[in-house]
Design a protein around this ligand. Structure first.
Ligand SMILES: *[C@@H]1O[C@H](CO)[C@@H](O)[C@H](O)[C@H]1NC(C)=O
Ligand SMILES: *[C@@H]1O[C@H](CO)[C@@H](O)[C@H](O)[C@H]1NC(C)=O
Ligand SMILES: *[C@@H]1O[C@H](CO)[C@@H](O)[C@H](O)[C@H]1NC(C)=O
Ligand SMILES: *[C@@H]1O[C@H](CO)[C@@H](O)[C@H](O)[C@H]1NC(C)=O
Ligand SMILES: *[C@@H]1O[C@H](CO)[C@@H](O)[C@H](O)[C@H]1NC(C)=O
Ligand SMILES: *[C@@H]1O[C@H](CO)[C@@H](O)[C@H](O)[C@H]1NC(C)=O
Ligand SMILES: *[C@@H]1O[C@H](CO)[C@@H](O)[C@H](O)[C@H]1NC(C)=O
Ligand SMILES: *[C@@H]1O[C@H](CO)[C@@H](O)[C@H](O)[C@H]1NC(C)=O
Ligand SMILES: *[C@@H]1O[C@H](CO)[C@@H](O)[C@H](O)[C@H]1NC(C)=O
Ligand SMILES: *[C@@H]1O[C@H](CO)[C@@H](O)[C@H](O)[C@H]1NC(C)=O
Ligand SMILES: *[C@@H]1O[C@H](CO)[C@@H](O)[C@H](O)[C@H]1NC(C)=O
Length: 379
């Protein structure tokens, strides 16, 4: 402070510098941080190319502080734009009214993503999910947004090939490319994914992966991955994989892939930490393999809609963490053992649409957490 006031003893200098000093004092120390000019320009340019039918971005005005804008989160010390929350909200619930759906349609962003976004050099979270960029492919410049740790393009309506440039986003922890419809999005190869070593969550459900059938090996290189969602990916066959290293996986979803009549591939049994396994709506056949018996950390097991034809193995009843068990719509034989009373964590059990017979064991009464059990369409 003393140094700053020294000019007072030199009237001429004081005249020159005091206004600057006060300016600094008022804007720099007392008022809030304002956003960075180049970043505001980048956002305004981005907005210009966006279609925003319900004017959700009305707060994005030419001279405003972009840190105060809807959907924009700045770092609280540097004022750099760190997050862009631009998702739309699909109406929740089982019964969506026309009004709700129309409101959702009006709220969706469309148009083009402008590469001015590259000026947001500190952006780490970008969520564009549930919008309608229906006419366009995923722009390859997104692969140059190196600071991203989370990219969410789930149901954003993009079509065409997923650009391999996304493989340059080496800081990504979260990548969601889930599509609207089968075949809107597809990949030509999967090598680019190995450029994302920090990935923890990967969702490519509804993306046509049939040209990248060696995707299992790939997951061997993603050593941080704990959530892998590959539902509806047109994966007709699973190539044999000698060994699988990605034991960090906690959830694996391979539902709705119509694997051509085959056994559950053995690498799945190597995933000892798995908490959730969804293999529903495939064409797996044969017995429920004993190889599953060590996967006792499972709390969610969904084998609905396959051709499993053994009896329900007794060891399955010792899965004490199992909350959700779905064995429905298979060809399971035999009776339901009284050991089912050991599934003490069970909340929901579906054994419907099988060839099961016999009496219901009394031990079902031990399942205090059970809210739902389906047994219809058996013998
Ligand atoms: C900035 O945000 C971080 C968490 O995001 C918080 O811990 C910190 O206290 C904040 N700093 C200030 C000056 O508000
Ligand atoms: C991005 O915006 C600039 C300036 O508005 C424009 O010249 C350019 O063509 C746009 N690029 C794309 C890919 O839309
Ligand atoms: C990605 O978007 C989906 C759909 O809006 C949402 O459920 C999910 O939580 C989002 N993930 C992240 C990390 O924002
Ligand atoms: C997306 O926008 C296109 C026109 O750009 C329109 O034909 C289509 O119906 C829209 N899709 C949805 C789900 O609203
Ligand atoms: C990464 O970016 C470089 C140029 O910056 C490009 O040549 C390369 O093809 C990109 N890699 C991937 C996997 O897209
Ligand atoms: C998925 O891609 C394959 C190979 O490009 C193609 O033959 C197949 O028709 C696609 N699946 C669908 C449902 O369009
Ligand atoms: C697997 O993915 C499908 C499609 O996205 C979803 O409906 C299902 O709930 C997922 N399974 C689990 C266990 O999350
Ligand atoms: C398993 O991991 C080791 C060490 O990371 C690696 O050398 C090996 O090739 C991996 N195995 C497979 C099948 O990828
Ligand atoms: C179960 O299915 C397999 C493969 O289709 C078949 O070889 C076997 O005979 C069947 N077992 C029973 C008990 O039906
Ligand atoms: C299950 O674990 C036991 C003890 O670790 C081991 O001896 C057995 O071979 C395993 N069974 C399978 C099917 O992997
Ligand atoms: C069920 O639990 C009882 C008592 O803990 C035990 O004796 C029995 O072996 C268990 N049965 C199975 C199939 O795990």
């Amino acid at each position: 402070m003393e140094a700053s006031f020294r000019p007072v003893s030199f009237p001429f200098l004081a005249f020159l510098f005091l206004p600057n000093f006060f300016f600094f004092f008022c804007t720099g120390l007392l008022s809030e941080l304002r956003c960075i000019d180049t970043e505001r320009q980048a956002l305004l340019n981005f907005k210009q190319h966006l279609i925003d039918p319900s004017n959700r971005l009305s707060s994005w005005t030419a001279h405003g502080d972009c840190c105060q804008w809807v959907g924009v989160v700045c770092h609280n010390l540097t004022a750099h734009v760190h997050e862009l929350h631009l998702r739309s909200f699909y109406p929740e619930g089982d019964f969506v009214t026309d009004e709700q759906y129309e409101a959702y349609e009006r709220s969706m962003f469309g148009g083009k993503l402008n590469s001015s976004l590259l000026d947001l050099k500190h952006l780490n979270y970008f969520d564009l999910s549930f919008n309608n960029f229906s006419a366009s492919p995923i722009p390859s410049f997104l692969g140059s947004m190196k600071s991203l740790t989370s990219l969410n393009l789930s149901n954003a309506g993009f079509v065409g090939v997923i650009p391999h440039q996304l493989g340059n986003l080496s800081n990504l922890h979260y990548l969601n490319l889930e599509g609207y419809w089968i075949d809107d999005l597809y990949v030509n190869n999967r090598e680019w994914l190995s450029g994302l070593p920090l990935l923890q969550h990967l969702d490519m459900s509804f993306v046509n992966l049939s040209k990248a059938s060696d995707w299992v090996q790939l997951t061997n290189t993603l050593l941080s991955l704990f959530d892998l969602q590959l539902s509806h990916c047109q994966l007709r066959s699973i190539p044999p994989t000698p060994s699988v290293n990605f034991s960090s996986l906690l959830t694996l979803n391979l539902s709705d892939n119509y694997f051509e009549n085959t056994l559950i591939p053995s690498w799945i049994f190597g995933l000892r930490n798995l908490v959730s396994l969804d293999l529903s709506y495939n064409h797996f056949q044969g017995p429920i393999l004993v190889d599953l018996q060590n996967m006792t950390s499972l709390s969610h097991l969904d084998l609905y809609g396959n051709n499993f034809n053994s009896s329900i193995p007794n060891w399955l009843y010792s899965f004490s963490r199992l909350e959700f068990l779905n064995l429905g719509y298979n060809n399971l034989q035999g009776t339901i053992s009284s050991a089912i009373g050991n599934l003490t964590s069970a909340i929901s059990i579906d054994l419907s649409r099988n060839e099961l017979g016999g009496k219901l064991p009394r031990s079902l009464g031990n399942l205090c957490n059970l809210r739902e059990i389906r047994l219809s369409s058996n013998k």
